[in-house]
Design a protein around this ligand. Structure first.
Ligand code: DGL
Length: 283
């Protein structure tokens, strides 16, 4: 058995890299749906169907758990799949399987509270003291998942989402750093104008952006804390696997990289992030 990691493309490698460090003996299969990337401008129904197909593929390859290392898939498809598809699929496949996302761990890290926590609703207005910027794909921003879920838990946090049109596509295509730098600076400026000042903290709410986290750090006010999804998700996965021994993560330390797109190497941008060359097999 193995743990599957799914993204529309190379962004989920940022989460996968942290998983591999955290679980060196577990077996991992990474699947990038590069033929359909980016997901961030697609209608919700398509995102649901593509995410389900990715999960099925990873379970067919022998995964017991699939982590959606993609905010767009986690925010738009995960709940639907857990409610409408997974129960029947489990019966069909006849073994325990589950799909986990990355938004719950990110919100836990951003609020400092467990997911189950609900804020006590008070009649009086709570002052928003902490301004949190979320950089994400247009689909994640339109879902308002970060605004809604953080407001349920912490009413003193004001969340501003910035849809970063095209940015995941540029990263996926291995764009030049100068072009990425310009795009990131423009999004940071836009959100600061919308807020009226610089944000206090930021979430890189698209796993592709973690690959260029340094450009976000340079564009934001010096020292702005970033909430890193890879760390938050690895912590959550560790707790989950300890609580659920029925999901076997494997013991061979095997790594496979699959793509629905073209097999072979990834861009220099991705290889520089990963630290060595990476070869993908055709899924
Ligand atoms: N990396 C993904 C995310 O976290 C998806 C980017 C895209 O396909 O648009 O949202």
């Amino acid at each position: 058995m193995a743990i599957g990691v799914f993204d529309s493309g190379v962004g989920g490698l940022s989460v996968h890299r942290t998983f591999v460090e955290r679980f060196p003996t577990a077996d991992f299969i990474y699947l990038a749906d590069q033929i359909n990337t980016p997901y961030g401008g697609r209608p919700g129904e398509e995102i649901v169907d593509l995410t389900r197909a990715g999960c099925e593929r990873l379970f067919a390859e022998g995964c017991s758990l699939v982590v959606l290392a993609c905010n767009t898939a986690s925010g738009i498809a995960l709940r639907r799949l857990q409610q409408t598809w997974l129960p029947n699929y489990r019966r069909q496949i006849g073994r325990p399987v589950n799909v986990l996302g990355i938004i719950v761990p990110t919100i836990e890290a951003a609020t400092g509270l467990p997911w189950e926590h609900e804020a006590e609703r008070r009649g009086d207005k709570v002052e928003k003291l902490d301004i949190l910027a979320v950089f994400s794909t247009p689909a994640t921003a339109a879902s308002r998942v970060y605004e809604i879920e953080i407001d349920k838990r912490r009413q003193d946090v004001a969340v501003f989402s910035q849809p970063c049109e095209e940015l995941a596509g540029l990263i996926e295509a291995g764009a030049r750093r100068a072009d990425l730098e310009k795009a990131v600076a423009a999004h940071v400026k836009t959100i600061a104008n919308r807020i009226g000042r610089a944000p206090d903290r930021a979430i890189l709410g698209c796993t592709h952006y973690e690959i260029i986290a340094d450009l976000f750090c340079d564009a934001l006010a010096p020292g702005t804390p970033l909430i890193h999804q890879p760390l938050a998700t690895a912590d959550a996965l560790e707790r989950y696997v300890q609580r659920h021994p029925e999901f076997d993560p494997g013991t061979g330390g095997k790594r496979r990289f699959l793509t629905t797109g073209k097999s072979g190497a990834q861009s220099r941008l991705v290889e520089a992030f990963w630290g060595r060359s990476l070869s993908f097999e055709r899924a």
